[in-house]
Design a protein around this ligand. Structure first.
Ligand code: ATP
Length: 237
């Protein structure tokens, strides 16, 4: 398997607080990887750093064998990494259509973008019906689907997702993972941060466990789900 994202000895700090410490992590092409860990473990910090929203204080990040360690967010997006941030990052006052259009701002093939948006409206009729309404009027689940589809409109090779299931009803969580698995079947690799470890391990191939800024375990998701220490700490077993 070829490495798509390779993180080596990454460190990120907020002043004196070392939120990410010597992290090594890899996502291969076509892989679904999840990152689990308690509140404050450093998961969001790691995703934001990959997306270029935070600067690292040491170590390196390579994507497709090229360094993106100090690249700007729009450059990282152009290279093929899109982030669905915690809390979705939907612009509530803007329409559904305007939110989607933002996802495609790096693309110049405007006809293909419109075709992709039409396909989204076909697949998600609720988004289609409400295309001219403010995105803030959508339900939480619909907003999360909008956020994922907006990110996919940049045609990423790797999608970073920060707590996508947070606050969603079980049926919406199911719909969300159908969407993510479909994207994965289309060749998009996933790096998923989830508080819901059970869900994350079911929907991933490999998993990393993060505690106070460090990766303390990594293995196939099946092996980690069967690991008694993971079961006790994260699966309530
Ligand atoms: P959660 O699941 O609660 O989002 P997390 O694993 O994503 O947790 P981070 O949000 O990355 O963890 O936080 C890692 C550490 O960095 C925590 O101690 C947090 O308090 C701290 N932190 C996060 N953002 C900032 C910030 N902007 N300024 C200072 N400290 C921060």
């Amino acid at each position: 398997m070829s490495a798509l994202l390779t993180i080596h000895q990454l460190r990120v700090a907020y002043g004196k607080l070392h939120a990410v410490q010597e992290v090594d992590l890899q996502v291969n092409a076509d892989e679904r990887v999840c990152l689990i860990g308690a509140n404050g473990a450093g998961k969001t910090t790691l995703l934001k750093t990959i997306a270029g929203l935070l600067s690292s204080t040491g170590g390196s990040i390579h994507f497709n064998s090229l360094s993106i360690t100090h690249a700007a967010p729009h450059d990282i997006l152009k290279r093929g990494i899109a982030l669905v941030p915690e809390g979705r990052g939907i612009f509530n006052q803007m329409s559904v259509a305007e939110n989607l259009a933002l996802g495609a701002y790096i693309r110049s093939d405007k006809l293909a973008v419109q075709r992709d948006i039409d396909l989204i409206y076909q697949a998600y009729p609720r988004l289609g019906e409400r295309r001219h309404q403010a995105a803030g009027q959508l339900s939480g689940g619909e907003q999360q689907l909008l956020a994922v589809q907006r990110a996919l409109l940049s045609r990423p090779k790797l999608l970073l997702l920060d707590e996508p299931s947070m606050g969603l009803a079980p049926l919406m969580v199911e719909a969300l993972f159908v969407t993510l698995n479909h994207a994965h079947q289309q060749g998009v690799a996933l790096l998923l941060v989830e508080q819901n470890a059970r869900l994350a391990l079911v929907h991933s191939d490999r998993a990393y466990v993060m505690e106070t800024g460090r990766i303390v375990l990594h293995d196939t998701s099946t092996a980690l789900a069967a690991n008694p220490a993971v079961g006790a700490a994260y699966l309530g077993l």
